[in-house]
Ligand binder design. Structure first.
Ligand SMILES: Nc1ncnc2c1ncn2[C@@H]1O[C@H](COP(=O)(O)OP(=O)(O)OP(=O)(O)O)[C@@H](O)[C@H]1O
Ligand SMILES: O=P(O)(O)OC[C@H]1O[C@](O)(CO)[C@@H](O)[C@@H]1O
Ligand SMILES: [Mg+2]
Length: 327
C-alpha cells in the first residue's frame, strides 16, 4: 500500500521563468491530495542541509506571474558524489519526506535518478530556457526566453538600421541552439550559428554579408548560440573579423542573463501548471524515477534514464527558412 504523506519540491540548475508556476501547482495539487508539502530551498544544497519551508496554499499566492524561483536554485557539486546523494537521502528521511519533485534541467534529472535509486521516489519536471531535454518537446521557460530575446534584438535592430551596421548577437544555450534557431527566424537573421550544425565562418557569414552588401543590404544580423562561442570563435572576435574582412561596421552583443528573467508567458504558466499537477498525480501513488514531459500538446512521462537517453532534433527547416528569407 502506498503511504505517501509528505513530499518536497525543489528547483535546481539555472532558473527559468515559469518555475514559480510549477512550484505553485505542485504545492496546491499536493494539498488537494491531502499531502504535506515542503519547499526545499536552493536546490540540492537545501536537501543536503535540510533547508526548507512548510508550504501552504497561501505561501504560493501571488507567484504564478513572477520570474525566478521563490525556492531559489543552485548548482551543487557536493550532491554529485555518492556520499552527497546518501547524505541527501538521510536528510530527506529526517525531515520525513516520502517523495520529491525536482524542477530543473538534465543535470538535475541525473540527481533525481540517483535519489530514486537510493530510495527516495523522485519525479522531474523540465524547467530550463535551453529547451534541451531530449524526451520533452518543450521545457518550462523557453517561450518566455524567446520573447525576451526577440524584444532585445528588435531594439538592437533599431540602432543597427540607424548606423548601417552589422550586429552579432550571442544568445544562451549551453550546448543547444534552440533559442538561436527560433529567434533567428522571428528576427530575420542573415546567419544563425548553432552547435547542432557545422558552420563555415567564411562562407556562411563573411561571404553572405559581402553578397548582401552587393544586393543593397544595409544592415545585417548574425545570431550565434553560446554553445558555439565557447569552443570556437567568440561573438566579439566574430564582429572584429566581419568588420575587417567585409568593411561593414560591426558590433557584438552578448545578451546574457537578461534571458533568464521576466514574467512567464501564457505558454510557460500553462505548461508549468499542467506539469506540476501531473507530477503530483505520479508521486501521490509512490511512483518515482519518472520525468514529466510534453509530446505535442500532451503531458506524458518517462523513466528518468530512458528519458535522459532520448534525443530530439533541432528543426533544420528553421535554419533553412531563415537563410532563404533573409535575402
Ligand atoms: N551527473 C549528475 N549526477 C548527479 N547529480 C547531478 C549530475 N549532474 C548534475 N547534478 C546535480 O544537478 C544540479 C544541476 O545540474 P546542472 O548545473 O547541470 O543544471 P541543469 O539541471 O541541467 O539545468 P540548466 O542546464 O538549465 O542550468 C548540479 O549542480 C548537481 O547538483
Ligand atoms: O547562470 P549560470 O550558472 O552562469 O549558467 C548559465 C547557463 O545556464 C543556462 O542559462 C541554462 O539554464 C544556459 O543557457 C547557460 O549556459
Ligand atoms: Mg542542463
Amino acid at each position: 500500500m502506498n503511504n505517501m504523506k509528505k513530499i518536497g519540491v525543489l528547483t535546481s540548475g539555472g532558473d527559468a521563468p515559469g518555475m514559480n508556476a510549477a512550484i505553485r501547482a505542485v504545492v496546491r495539487a499536493g494539498i488537494n491530495q491531502g499531502l504535506e508539502v515542503l519547499g526545499i530551498k536552493k536546490g540540492y544544497v537545501g536537501l543536503l542541509e535540510g533547508l526548507y519551508d512548510e508550504m501552504t496554499a497561501r505561501s504560493v499566492s501571488d507567484i504564478l506571474h513572477r520570474g525566478g524561483t521563490i525556492l531559489q536554485s543552485a548548482r551543487c557539486k557536493e550532491f554529485k558524489t555518492q556520499e552527497g546523494v546518501q547524505k541527501a537521502v538521510e536528510t530527506a528521511k529526517e525531515i520525513g519526506l516520502d517523495g520529491l519533485v525536482v524542477i530543473g534541467g538534465d543535470g538535475s534529472f541525473r540527481g533525481a535518478r540517483d535519489l530514486s535509486l537510493a530510495g527516495l521516489p523522485t519525479v522531474g519536471i523540465p524547467g530550463t530556457i535551453d529547451n534541451d531535454i531530449g524526451c520533452s518537446d518543450y521545457t518550462i521557460g523557453f517561450d518566455t526566453a524567446l520573447n525576451t530575446v526577440q524584444e532585445a534584438i528588435d531594439k538592437i535592430r533599431d540602432t543597427c538600421r540607424s548606423h548601417d551596421r552589422c550586429s552579432v548577437v550571442e544568445v544562451m544555450g549551453r550546448d543547444a541552439g534552440y533559442i538561436a534557431a527560433y529567434v533567428g527566424l522571428s528576427c530575420g537573421a542573415e546567419a544563425v550559428i548553432v552547435p547542432e550544425k557545422h558552420f563555415d565562418f567564411k562562407k556562411d557569414v563573411l561571404q553572405s554579408i559581402a553578397e548582401g552588401v552587393k544586393r543593397g543590404k544595409e544592415q545585417h544580423l548574425i545570431i550565434v548560440a553560446e554553445g558555439v562561442t565557447k569552443d570556437n570563435i567568440s561573438a566579439i572576435d566574430m564582429a572584429k573579423r566581419i568588420e575587417e574582412e567585409t568593411g561593414v561596421e560591426t558590433r557584438a552583443t552578448i545578451l546574457g542573463h537578461i534571458q533568464r528573467g521576466g514574467n512567464p508567458s501564457v505558454k510557460d504558466r500553462v505548461v508549468a501548471s499542467k506539469m506540476g499537477y501531473f507530477a503530483v498525480e505520479l508521486i501521490k501513488e509512490g511512483i518515482g524515477n519518472r520525468i514529466v514531459a510534453t509530446k505535442g500538446d500532451d503531458i506524458v512521462d518517462y523513466d528518468i534514464l530512458e528519458g535522459l537517453n532520448m534525443s530530439k532534433k533541432l528543426d533544420a527547416e528553421l535554419l533553412k527558412i531563415s537563410e532563404i528569407l533573409s535575402m
